[in-house]
Write a protein of this length. Structure first.
Length: 357
């Protein structure tokens, strides 16, 4: 057998094996690895569980991880609605599990919680999502023996976090906002204007055509994704390389992700926009939610043109809280925790240590 033929067969065999392993991994149930102590045994006092909880009639995915389960509870509130960040948070922000008991919750419409076999919901309200969070928080407090939790919200998660922190301050020790929503109608108008301006500057005819076709916001359907796509292409959402294919590849390296996350990535956000976007536009945090009974920490990307870094700064200056902190991430857009993860992780640990639960 010629050497070249032999190497082709070897290469083809290896490709088939890798493809088979990848396919098996993609369709396997999710899991989360234990923290290991001496001799590779689970570390005493740690927690690492991936579970499904019945929350207000819907089975929802909850992962709890902490090197020391007695550490303060930190609950991630992902963006969207309908855009789980659990796998990528594990990849880029997993170091937080050394300092906190971290809870990764896939909300309705998102990640492992979105059931491909179930009919899409006919209705969903922001208040229902807040009620879901209350069930989650109460179960966490009882299970882990702590009175309060830290809420860390990103994008849509900041609205959920602000609503909950102001309604249930007795259950929250601190609120952290990333890509903070404030005056959402104004932010959407500024986002559209930025995308149009960039299209003109770059003489991008296709972008201008599509943006003019959907017109300025508000949007109640999939038009928002056209605007978001061009905003991201012009660096108004992510300053670093946070392209969807890159995030998916990074996420699929996590045992907490499988085919359901891929399905939800293309379906959850569409459902979220249809069901909740009009409600979000009617809840202007900048006018109503300015008084907090808990410390407030805001992480803002200098190049965020999605929620608008300018509006975030204005909101921060207006709110009243026992303590408040705003930190700028100079090489980030809407996602400082993903675009500058090492800086974000170190800042959050230090900042929360300065405002202990």
């Amino acid at each position: 057998m010629p050497a070249i033929t032999r190497w082709v067969r070897v290469g083809l065999t290896l490709f088939i094996l890798v493809a088979a392993v990848a396919t098996a991994r993609l369709f396997a149930p999710i899991s989360t690895p234990p923290f290991e102590g001496p001799a590779g045994r689970p570390l005493a006092g740690s927690i690492a569980v991936a579970e499904r909880w019945a929350i207000n009639g819907v089975e929802q995915s909850v992962i709890i991880r902490g090197r020391d389960a007695s550490k303060p509870i930190l609950v991630w509130l992902h963006g969207g609605p309908g855009s789980s960040e659990t796998p990528i948070l594990r990849v880029l922000n997993g170091r937080l599990e050394d300092s906190f008991t971290v809870v990764y919750w896939d909300q309705r419409l998102a990640g492992q919680t979105l059931d491909p076999r179930a009919p899409p919901p006919e209705s969903l309200t922001v208040d229902q999502m807040v009620a879901d969070l209350d069930v989650l928080v109460n179960r966490l407090r009882a299970r882990l023996g702590q009175d309060k939790v830290i809420l860390v919200g990103h994008s849509w998660g900041t609205m959920l976090g602000v609503l909950y922190a102001t309604q249930h301050p007795n259950k929250v020790s601190a609120y952290v906002g990333i890509g903070q929503m404030a005056d959402k109608p104004r932010a959407e108008a500024l986002s559209y204007a930025y995308a149009v301006d960039q299209a003109r500057r770059r003489q991008d005819g296709e972008a201008l055509r599509q943006l003019r076709e959907i017109g300025p916001p508000p949007y109640s359907g999939e038009e928002i994704f056209v605007q978001r796509a061009w905003l991201d292409a012009f660096g108004g959402a992510s300053y670093a390389d946070m392209s969807l294919p890159r995030l998916i590849l990074m996420s699929l390296g996590s045992s907490e992700a499988n085919w359901r996350d891929l399905y939800a990535t293309t379906n959850g956000g569409v459902l979220g926009a249809r069901l909740l976007e009009p409600q979000l536009l009617s809840r202007n945090l900048d006018r109503t939610y300015l008084s907090f009974e808990v410390p407030v920490l805001i992480a803002a990307g200098r190049h965020d043109h999605l929620t608008s870094s300018t509006l975030v700064r204005d909101y921060f200056e207006r709110i009243q809280a026992p303590a408040k902190t705003l930190v700028w991430f100079e090489r980030s857009g809407h996602n400082p925790h993903l675009e500058e993860p090492a800086k974000f992780n170190a800042w959050l640990v230090d900042a929360l240590r300065s405002s202990p639960p």
